[in-house]
Design a protein around this ligand. Sequence first.
Ligand SMILES: [Zn+2]
Length: 158
Amino acid sequence: MQLVGKLLCLHLRSKMKTINRQCFCCAGKEGAVYPLGYHFIAGVGEVDMTIRICARCGSVLQDPAPTPQMMNRYYTNYSNYTNVSRGGQPDSSYTGAVKRQINIIKKFLKPGIVFEVGCATGFMLSKLKKDNWIVTGCDPSFAASAVAKNTYNIDIER
Ligand SMILES: [Zn+2]
């Protein structure tokens, strides 16, 4: 299994290229660069990861970014977030994080309409829905979107 993964890595490393990106917040292209080394990403292979801290606004981003093809391959085939062993339910560290995030949201916003980008199985949306938010989200994972629909009755855009 490990050998197959390694061969897959070598194969994919030669084909997948990364692209440079602008800061999501301010479109800046300058900033301190911190190499993280090679990391194995299922379905993508070994990726030489580097983060950059935007010199203009301080945002942290992966740069160069994975290509849309790499992201699509990972999220549609390997990143399923389905938590099968827990019946689709997230672990306590995630549920605690979501509870803290919702408490922050409640401090500043009244229930309205929310769209969560990268909502995985829709757990956070399910909690907001119980608090009378109108919820929807998007996620490239077919499996995670199915959990959102079947477990929380939330339709996820793909
Ligand atoms: Zn920036």
